[in-house]
Design a protein around this ligand. Structure first.
Ligand code: HEM
Length: 394
């Protein structure tokens, strides 16, 4: 019975309290989870079953573990599951090291790091290092990562049109990386169809092992949709940094062997890789400020300032220049492409600084630096400072 003091019970459909998945909201996995994925007992049960059977790496229950991680966010995963995962010892048949055991060994750091992880365990660096060692090219890895971004954005577009600019930017970047025609429809429905087609075509050109690695290396710390894009973008940049590092190392060897032509080709390829990052930055700039504030609060100590591949590029360029000076090769054979590389690297750093200003302003970074002020100064450092001085003015 209702009285004047007790309000009438609400009638009509129960309002859906869950915000729509997508930009500035939860991820699809968090907003519409499988019931089993919410329960850590499901992943624990699958792990226990796997151990009881044969604990073979190729039958590891990735799906159950990742399902839980993605539904609740890595920072909310409980100690019991973490402990069970920390006890996993990857082995192949009869204890031999095989690709499945290697993949599991490379992947585990990304899920056992809890809240004490670093940058490498955030993005799954060991998985990508092994992929490259096994012969995967940066273009394949980048294409697979961009295809993931496009598929993830397209999957939530219907319910959250705020994702339109990001989906368009991601589709454009995918088309450029995969070398497929870039027809970007304006209407949401057509865009979803164009995304599905581009993703299917792009994935066909990527080996299954690369697609599998990309599929496994997504363990966001939060339940937010935007962190998925952030992780994929970081993984793409890491692939670029690593490719540039290998090109510089290869060019140094080529110079020492008197092969200016080979060194030039390698450096030109590095410049091409860096040119591709502008389209990826356009995807990143769709990051809402408040969504990034949540990511920042959950990823303290995981800053890209720890990136070894980025640092490696900056450290190895002076060695290349020295090798060129000592080689006796005509300097002008390589100086133009070195200047292009310097410019492309600097442009990337300036863009990163600009995005940082836009998204967090001048607050300190998660890596313990002053933030934008540090980046601004770092963006002025040249890869080949001596080369710059040697160039004629103007
Ligand atoms: C929302 C976007 C981003 C913001 C606001 C941001 C912010 C920052 C800040 C404040 C720093 C200074 C170091 C620290 O204290 O943490 C930094 C460093 C760095 N960031 Fe980002 N970042 C963003 C995205 C990215 C992405 C996608 C990458 C790609 C890997 C990246 C790569 C780097 C690198 C390599 C450094 C070290 C720079 C150096 O030491 O010269 N950042 N970032």
């Amino acid at each position: 019975m209702t009285t004047a003091l007790s309000p009438a019970p609400p009638t009509g459909p129960v309002p859906d309290a869950t915000p729509a998945p997508g930009v500035d909201g939860p991820s699809l996995a968090a907003a519409r989870p499988d019931r089993a994925d919410l329960d850590p007992g499901h992943a624990l049960g699958e792990l226990a079953r796997w151990r009881r059977e044969d604990a073979a790496a190729d039958r590891f229950p990735y799906r159950a573990v990742l399902g839980h991680y993605r539904a609740v966010g890595k920072n909310a995963v409980g100690e019991e599951l973490l402990t069970a995962l920390r006890a996993v010892e990857p082995h192949g048949p009869a204890g031999a090291v095989d690709p499945a055991a290697q993949l599991l060994a490379d992947w585990l750091p990304q899920v056992v790091d809890g809240q004490q992880g670093d940058y490498d365990s955030y993005l799954g660096t060991p998985v990508y290092t092994s992929l490259t060692a096994a012969g995967a090219g940066p273009d394949q890895v980048i294409t697979a990562l961009l295809a993931e971004v496009v598929a993830t954005e397209a999957a939530v577009l219907a319910g959250n049109p705020a994702g339109l600019p990001r989906t368009r930017a991601a589709l454009r970047a995918l088309a450029a990386a995969a070398g497929i025609p870039a027809l970007i429809p304006g209407e949401s429905e057509d865009l979803v169809a164009a995304c599905a087609e581009a993703v299917a075509v792009a994935r066909q050109a990527v080996p299954a092992g690369v697609l599998r690695a990309v599929e496994l290396t997504l363990t966001p710390t939060t339940r937010g949709h935007d962190e998925q894009m952030f992780i994929r973008v970081i993984q793409i940049f890491e692939a670029v940094f690593a490719a540039v590092g290998r090109a510089v190392a290869g060019a140094t060897e080529a110079v020492a062997a008197g092969r200016a032509d080979l060194a030039r080709d390698l450096l030109a390829e590095a410049v091409r890789q860096l040119a591709g990052t502008s389209g990826v930055f356009r995807v990143l700039t769709t990051m809402p400020k408040d969504a990034f504030a949540v990511i920042r609060a959950n990823t303290d100590g995981r800053s890209a300032v720890q990136s070894r591949s980025y640092r490696g590029v900056e450290r190895s360029c002076p060695t290349l220049h020295l090798a060129l000076l000592e080689s006796g090769l005509p300097q002008e054979e390589l100086q133009p492409v070195m200047a292009e590389l310097d410019e492309a690297w600097g442009a990337m750093k300036r863009t990163h600084w600009g995005i940082t200003m836009k998204i967090i302003g001048s607050v300190p970074g998660t890596g313990g630096t002053a933030g934008a002020a540090y980046l601004r100064e770092a963006a002025e450092a040249r890869l080949f400072p001596a080369l710059r001085r040697a160039q004629p003015a103007g």
